[in-house]
Design a binder for this molecule. Structure first.
Ligand code: 26V
Length: 817
């Protein structure tokens, strides 16, 4: 075990500044110092990384390839140092030479290769896999531009490209020796071999070279370093043109463009399919390269391809990488020469699928025209899988043509990716108990009847190393002072904190830490928004992607209502509140963008109304992202988790708030259900319809928001303020579409699709309970501490262990140094 040597570390930093920039430390910019410190940390990682690879080779463990279009990693420097157990030492060493680690960390761009929950989950999973000592590869795309940067101009969202690689990223390693060719288009020629077998050959295709960049995933204190491999596309250098194409300049340029476009940008949609051809190209590109690399690695160590499932498993993060199923079949059939039955046997023991949403708009379906033109051989294989699958359905449910129509993989001119994933996967899991039940009983009921044994639940989790140790160091240290530090690698131990919930001194200390964190955020808000917020007010926070089903609109309508109340009854009983929002809207999502504008306009009016003495403040945090999220969770009193019941598959922000001692104000949706189960409903504020009620209304189509509008004056007043210019005097029609989405049946299929008016009163009452509860400081502190103490279940370490036990069956590795 090497001990940290301050002097040596600082010497390394100086050496790196010199070699990278030909500068001395005092001449270097903060960005240059960030680079130098990162390279110093990378030097430490490299030895463990090498040792981990050696351990893989020697111990030959079964490994998981976590296939995902998105990895929302967030900054690496701080977390790498935490997991190397050198964070505090480095901080001190840098302080001694007059450098501030927070400021240096702040130089790192957030690698934002993901949209929201699904991408961040993948990042937490990788960290937990390494910490638990499992062999894992994350497989994804090295987008040149990640999630856009959000600017707020005149209250509107403006998207700015995120050029995260512009200064060079110190934690990546280009690995050209593991490059693979990926082919698109052309046609398939069948050829009969000398042995009388039919072979399929793709001809007249375009191709690109997939070049992997590896990023280290550092386990906590165990010297295990797993790998995130993200693929870049380059033009094939001396590609083989078919004879009649020799010297085809046009084609050469085309291939150059293909490579450039492929990995240019992350599709910034969350929960909505645009059906763009380029996205399917991206999917096949990274999947094909990843499967090729996985098989090459397997074959280096093993000679019997039939035993692949004993050493390799592919986890498909939603349907986005589902072409992996057909790509694996293609390689086994066309390159390994296996029979269909042999190839299918292997494939169906190797691939497993996770579903992350029941939102119909997010279900991936590709038009046959696009799919077959882009991936001709893959399409043939999908057709054959479909043909056999339909036979199976007919055998199982004779005469039930509805089943075939609902379950076929290729139907209605489309390829249905979820159906392919379920037919070929050996496991299908949802991401919270309620979500899995809805999949089995509603969404995927037909498939559940056919394959009950495939379905299982894996409730999501989060890594406490990032979201407590790194994001909230004061609280992390306080927890360790009271119960030791076992919680760092086994969050179940945090339960020991429960006995302090009623301890007056502990309550005081906790509230003081929360206050410090609120000061930190208040300072940030002052600097970035120019808004003065009172750190003694209740920090009520909703941060997540903007989507109608997440109901940011319900939140801001309630703020408008509270403001009306306060204006009408200036002396009413009231505790000062700060409502904090953070959210990015998909660029083409009209109502989502309008909701951002509404929040900002409401903020302008309320924050500048002197007559309410600052009792309500509204803040919209620009460019919500992983790095600022860590500070926001730490500063939150109230966690807004208010999705329409049944719509939020799990949520993971809810868990991050809980671990930082915020109380949940939420519906019985997603993992909220399990949060309440753990902490007790007396320590949360639950409101609104149940998922059963929502589903029943949807089935019966018997909900009429107009009745509520007509009978509830307060609601009517708030809604009228959307169209009478109260918050947009220069353009009274500005928020008309939001008004219409709630009331006008012409506008959408149903008015108020997400039951905002229906749940409004119940939400307002829950908000009242929040205010009353906060007045009792000891009672609040008690509930907050109990939330932390009961967050144990929500560690991604627990989630990963369940994936390992029930789905992956991986072997633990040990790394000695
Ligand atoms: C879908 C699409 C559709 C095509 C365009 C790009 C794109 C990007 C992402 C998605 C996936 C949407 C599904 C998703 O993000 N689900 C979220 O997964 C979280 C982790 O399981 C979960 O906590 C959230 O509740 C769920 O909304």
């Amino acid at each position: 075990e090497n001990v940290f040597n301050k002097e040596a570390f600082i010497e390394d930093v100086k050496e790196n500044v010199k070699n990278l920039y030909r500068k001395t430390l005092d001449e270097a910019s903060q960005q240059e110092i960030f680079q130098a410190v990162s390279y110093t940390v990378k030097d430490v990682i490299i030895d463990d990384w090498l040792a981990t690879q050696k351990a893989f080779d020697k111990q030959d463990p079964k490994m998981v390839y976590y296939m995902s279009m998105e990895f929302l990693m967030g900054r690496a420097l701080g977390n790498n140092m935490i997991n190397l157990k050198m964070y505090k030492e480095v901080k001190e060493a840098l302080e001694e030479i007059g450098l501030n680690l927070d400021e240096i960390e702040d130089q790192e761009p957030d690698p934002a290769l993901g949209n929201g929950g699904l991408g961040r989950l993948a990042a937490c999973f990788m960290e937990s896999l390494a910490t638990l000592g499992y062999a894992a590869y994350g497989c994804g795309i090295r987008y040149r531009y990640g999630m856009f940067k959000q600017k707020i101009k005149d209250g509107f969202q403006v998207e700015v490209p995120d050029n995260w690689l512009k200064n060079g990223y110190p934690f990546e390693l280009r690995r050209p020796e593991y490059s693979y060719e990926v082919k698109f288009g052309g046609y398939v020629r069948a050829e009969v071999t000398e042995e009388g077998k039919t072979r399929f050959i793709q001809e007249n295709y375009q191709s690109v070279l997939a070049v992997p960049y590896d990023m280290p995933i550092v386990g906590y204190g165990n010297h295990v370093v797993d790998t995130l491999m993200i693929w870049d596309a380059e033009p094939m250098e001396c590609f083989e043109l078919d004879s009649f194409d020799k010297g085809d300049y046009h084609k050469a340029v085309e291939q150059e463009n293909l490579a450039r476009n492929l990995v240019e940008v992350l599709y910034p949609n969350d929960n909505h399919i645009a059906g763009k051809e380029l996205r399917l190209k991206q999917q096949y590109f990274f999947v094909s390269a990843s499967v090729q690399r996985a098989l090459a690695r397997y074959k280096k160590h093993h000679d019997d391809i039939h035993k692949l499932p004993e050493k390799v498993t592919f986890q498909l993060n939603d349907t986005h990488p589902t072409v992996a199923v057909a790509e694996l079949m293609r390689i086994l059939l066309d390159e390994e020469g296996l029979s269909w039955d042999e190839a299918w046997e292997i494939t169906t023991k190797t691939c497993a699928y996770t579903n992350h949403t029941i939102m119909a708009e997010a279900l991936e379906k590709w038009p046959i025209e696009i799919f077959s033109r882009l991936l001709p051989r893959i399409y043939q294989i999908v057709e054959e899988i479909n043909r056999r699958f339909i036979l199976q359905i007919q055998a199982e449910f004779p005469g039930d043509n509805g089943k075939v129509a609902r379950m076929a993989i290729v139907y209605d001119g489309q390829v249905k990716m979820a159906h392919l994933a379920i037919a070929a996967g050996y496991s299908v899991n949802g991401v919270a108990k309620l979500h899995t039940e809805i999949l089995k009983n509603e969404q995927l009921h037909d498939f559940y009847e056919l394959f009950p044994q495939k379905f299982n639940n894996k409730t999501n989790g989060i890594t406490q190393r990032r979201f407590l140790m790194h994001g909230d160091p004061l609280l992390a240290d306080w927890v360790s002072e009271h119960i030791g530090n076992d919680w760092i690698t086994n969050l179940a131990h945090i339960e020991k904190l429960a006995i302090y919930a009623t301890d007056k001194k502990a309550q005081q200390e906790f509230m003081n830490i929360k206050y410090q964190n609120k000061l930190r955020l208040a300072k940030y808000i002052k600097e970035h928004n120019g808004i003065e917020v009172d750190p003694r007010s209740i920090f009520d926070v909703q941060v997540k992607r903007l989507h109608e089903y997440k109901r940011q609109l319900l939140n801001i309508l309630h703020v408008m209502y509270l403001y009306n109340e306060l204006k009408e009854h200036p002396d009413m009983d009231f505790y000062p509140r700060t409502f904090i929002f953070g959210a990015k809207a998909a660029a083409g999502y009209k109502n989502a963008k309008l909701t951002i504008k509404l929040i900002n306009n409401v903020a302008d009016v309320i924050n500048n109304d002197r007559s309410i003495n600052g009792k309500i403040k509204v803040v919209f945090i620009e460019d919500y992202r992983v790095s600022i999220a860590e500070w926001i969770f730490a500063a939150a009193d109230v966690s807004e988790q208010i999705s329409t019941a049944s719509k939020e598959a799990s949520g993971t922000g809810n868990m991050k708030f809980m671990l930082n001692g915020a109380l949940t104000l939420g519906t019985m949706d997603g993992a909220n259900v399990e949060i309440v189960e753990e902490v007790g409903k007396e320590n949360a504020f639950i409101f609104g319809m149940s998922s059963d009620e929502v589903i029943a209304h949807e089935r019966n189509r018997d909900y009429d928001p107009m009745q509520i509008f007509n009978s509830d004056q307060d609601i009517r007043k708030v809604l009228m303020q959307l169209i009478n210019g109260f918050y947009s005097p220069n353009d009274p029609e500005l928020f008309r579409d939001l008004y219409n989405s709630l009331l006008n049946t012409q506008c959408t299929q149903f008015a108020d699709t997400y039951f905002i008016l229906k749940d409004f009163r119940s939400y307002a009452e829950a908000q009242k309970r929040v205010m009353e509860a906060y007045k009792d400081e000891e009672g609040w502190a008690k509930s907050a501490i109990l939330n932390i103490a009961h967050a144990g279940k929500f560690s991604s370490d627990r989630t990963i262990q369940e994936y390992v036990d029930d789905i992956w069956h991986l072997d633990k590795i040990t790394v000695e140094v």
